[in-house]
Design a protein around this ligand. Structure first.
Ligand code: ACO
Length: 397
């Protein structure tokens, strides 16, 4: 790119960035009242802009801690709000935004970045890899009968938007048990609060109380057609334990005037159908990629996660952040740089795909994304990177 400059935006420029982003998504600008509710969702010093004679591109992030296999967390950035003016696309503005963000993340010691991609081909070239997935189901509520062995769960109580603002951050923080889950900054909760207070259908928040207090919640809307059939759409369900999961489902099945419960974006291995005497009352309705992950500091990321099985040397190539390229010995003792010969060779985007356990390394080997040397390397990599639980973020940003 020529004739441009890139910098962090000032507070009085954030609304223009929001308008630009919305226009890039073909959505009209927010009104004044809505902007007052939107602005608190912008973390200061985290919105980048590219200018020529005006603002032509923007991207922002919020700080988060990302859970990795084994339960440790990484300092991370949740990237969103990426947009380039329609008359300035395909001339390197996004590339410049990514460069500026990566430089800022490096300065601040951020180890990983995640995002929800609007389109699949955009972010791989910058080293992001598709790391987590979701699936959605519809439960036929009138036919659904819980099995006798499903835990009873505790009491479920409705709370209003003010109580939700106060209580949900604490409850959510106790539920981040899966790899791929992230802490939510106050800026994220400001955005969530806005969502609770707008829209045609009322939003309901219900909290589960277990033996040790609040340990899960659901956020949902119910829409009813003129013919009278009702659909309960789950916007969020988070729980810290099996009792809360069962207790929340028991509550949802009891909500009146509902024919179907649409789960929204859930973990691919969440055993919803197994709750019911007839698993077929739960129909899988969709699935897609959830978050993309960029490992910005590969040595720190590899050192943080748990490894199982026999050691293996991985040779990583990172054309964008060259400092990450090199060989790493991975094993139960940890991860460290080495000169030993490699058993697997892969790009940093493929490393991001397998890092949280969302893909088997051997499956990526089958399609040419990872090269293995030696008869046992693929199986060893599957053991090393294997996760017992499917990674899932569960936070939209
Ligand atoms: C995390 C989020 O916020 S997701 C939301 C992302 N934003 C949107 O989808 C809004 C609509 N789209 C846009 O604003 C822009 O088209 C962007 C941000 C996706 C891309 O911005 P651009 O400035 O055009 O990207 P840039 O010119 O740097 O492209 C770099 C490369 O990516 C490719 N590329 C960029 N966008 C796309 C795309 N949507 N599909 C396929 N390839 C793409 C370009 O062709 C280019 O490839 P090349 O280097 O081989 O020529």
């Amino acid at each position: 790119m020529t004739d441009h400059h890139t910098r962090l935006l000032r507070e009085d420029e954030l609304r223009a960035a929001n308008t630009l982003f919305r226009a890039a998504l073909h959505v009209k600008p927010v009104e004044d009242e809505e902007w007052a509710r939107t602005a608190p969702g912008y973390q200061p010093e985290r919105t980048v802009g590219v200018f020529d004679d005006a603002l032509i591109g923007t991207a922002r992030s919020t700080d988060a801690e990302l859970t990795v296999p084994g339960g440790a967390t990484l300092s991370s950035a949740a990237v969103t709000g990426v947009g380039v003016r329609a008359d300035r696309t395909r001339r390197g503005v996004l590339t410049e935004l990514m460069r500026a963000q990566f430089a800022d993340f490096e300065r601040r010691g951020v180890v990983a970045a995640t995002l929800w991609a609007s389109e699949g081909p955009i972010y791989g070239r910058f080293g992001y890899g598709l790391a987590t997935h979701w699936r959605s189901c519809t439960v036929d509520r009138r036919r659904a009968v819980l099995r006798a062995d499903v835990p009873a769960g505790g009491e479920v109580r409705l709370i209003d938007a003010d109580e939700a603002r106060e209580q949900l951050p604490g409850i959510n923080a106790g539920t981040l048990v899966r790899a791929g889950m992230m802490t939510r900054a106050p800026y994220w909760w400001a955005w969530h609060d806005r969502g609770l207070r707008k829209g045609e259908d009322p939003v309901t928040v219900a909290v589960h109380h277990g033996e040790r207090g609040p340990d899960g919640y659901v956020v949902y809307r119910v829409s009813r057609t003129a013919g009278g059939s009702g659909v309960l759409s789950l916007e969020e369900m988070h729980y810290a334990n099996a009792g809360a999961f069962a207790g929340l489902w028991r509550f949802l099945l009891g909500v009146d005037l509902v024919d179907e419960i649409a789960t929204g974006c859930r973990p691919v291995d969440e055993a919803v159908e197994v709750l019911f005497t007839d698993p077929r009352v739960c129909r899988v309705t969709g699935g897609a990629d959830e978050t993309w992950l960029r490992l910005l500091d590969v040595p720190a990321a590899l050192a943080a996660r748990r490894w199982r099985g026999e050691p293996l040397v991985a040779e990583v190539t990172d054309p964008v952040l060259e400092r990450n390229s090199g060989r790493y010995r991975l094993g139960t003792g940890g991860a460290e740089r080495t000169d030993e010969p490699a058993g697997m060779q892969l790009g940093v985007d493929a490393l991001a795909m397998i890092y949280l356990g969302g893909w088997r390394p051997s499956a990526l080997g089958d399609v040419g994304r990872i090269r293995f040397t030696g008869a046992t390397a693929a199986a060893a990599a599957d053991d090393l990177f294997g996760a017992h639980v499917a990674p899932w973020c569960g936070t939209f940003f």
